[in-house]
Design a protein. Structure first.
Length: 293
């Protein structure tokens, strides 16, 4: 009888332990589920940061030349934010509308190298050119289609038409609405430079015919590594000035006065500030990626 009583008592204790353990596990499971739900809701509420490719943070260190990946990442960040802390006239927080686009440098290079008309038409159709009033194209002077980041200099091709004058969604997908093309070179090499010839090819591919590309007036860089940063800063200034212009403005040279006056007021200190801005932004985004992991 004593042995039976002891066995019953032990069984009761074990049963209580099992119930306590199950209750504890159930509580932890519910808590973990609630945490995951909150985390999912938070991730849905917060805007996704663009992933930082390898080497981008280091590219924005002082004295380094910007790679294709760095230009592409910074251009996307600029388009998504509408500005940077580098410009006193910038207004961060308002993304560029669909009518203003910064072309990926890899696409600009592909256009310059591409001769197949069918492939060109398909690419242009996917880009929905009829919806874009201002296209900003970072141009790399490389002629080596077999390897990335082999160029020596970055310049900017600007293609535009008056605000409010684009054909719109009803137009053909490959129609080009732009009537002006302008090239900005912070080294001022002129029309015989490979970068200008590359820009002329890109403009012709986009327009579907040879077009006149004008030389724009812009400041000169004081070194041989800041050309990519100048391109980013030029793109920012031109986009913001364009968006502030009145719809259906004329296309004479007076339209260039406002943005070229701003371009020519750019100082080396402002360029350094622009580089620093993207360096900080890239480092913060990279740190966040590792934290999430």
């Amino acid at each position: 009888a004593a042995a039976a009583a002891a066995a019953a008592e032990a069984s009761g204790k074990l049963d209580n332990i099992d119930r306590t353990d199950l209750s504890s596990k159930d509580t932890l499971s519910k808590s973990d589920s609630m945490t995951r739900t909150r985390s999912k809701q938070k991730s849905q509420e917060e805007p996704k940061r663009r992933k930082v490719p390898p080497g981008v943070v280091e590219d924005f260190d002082a004295g380094n030349w910007l790679s294709d990946s760095s230009i592409s990442w910074a251009a996307c960040s600029l388009a998504e934010s509408g500005g940077s802390s580098s410009s006193s006239r910038s207004s961060p927080g308002n993304a560029f509308p669909k009518s203003v686009e910064i072309m990926d440098p890899a696409m600009a290079f592909w256009l310059a190298m591409q001769d197949d008309l069918k492939d060109l038409e398909e690419a242009k159709k996917s880009m929905k050119l009829q919806d874009v009033e201002l296209m900003l194209c970072p141009i790399n002077d490389s002629r080596d289609a077999s390897s990335a980041d082999t160029g020596l200099h970055w310049t900017l091709l600007v293609c535009w038409c008056p605000r409010g004058s684009r054909p719109g969604a009803g137009a053909a997908g490959t129609s080009c609405p732009w009537r002006r093309f302008r090239h900005y070179d912070s080294l001022g090499k002129g029309t015989f430079d490979p970068g200008f010839r590359q820009a002329t090819k890109v403009a012709a591919r986009l327009a579907g015919k040879p077009v006149e590309v004008e030389m724009g007036k812009c400041p000169r860089q004081a070194n041989f590594y800041d050309c990519g940063v100048y391109v980013l800063l030029f793109a920012e200034i031109i986009a913001q000035t364009f968006l502030q212009s009145s719809p259906s403005a004329s296309l004479d040279d007076s339209d260039l006065t406002s943005w070229e006056a701003r371009l020519n007021s750019v100082t080396p200190l402002e360029v350094s500030s622009c580089r620093k801005h993207y360096r900080i932004l890239a480092a913060a985004s990279r740190k966040e990626e590792y934290t999430v992991r």
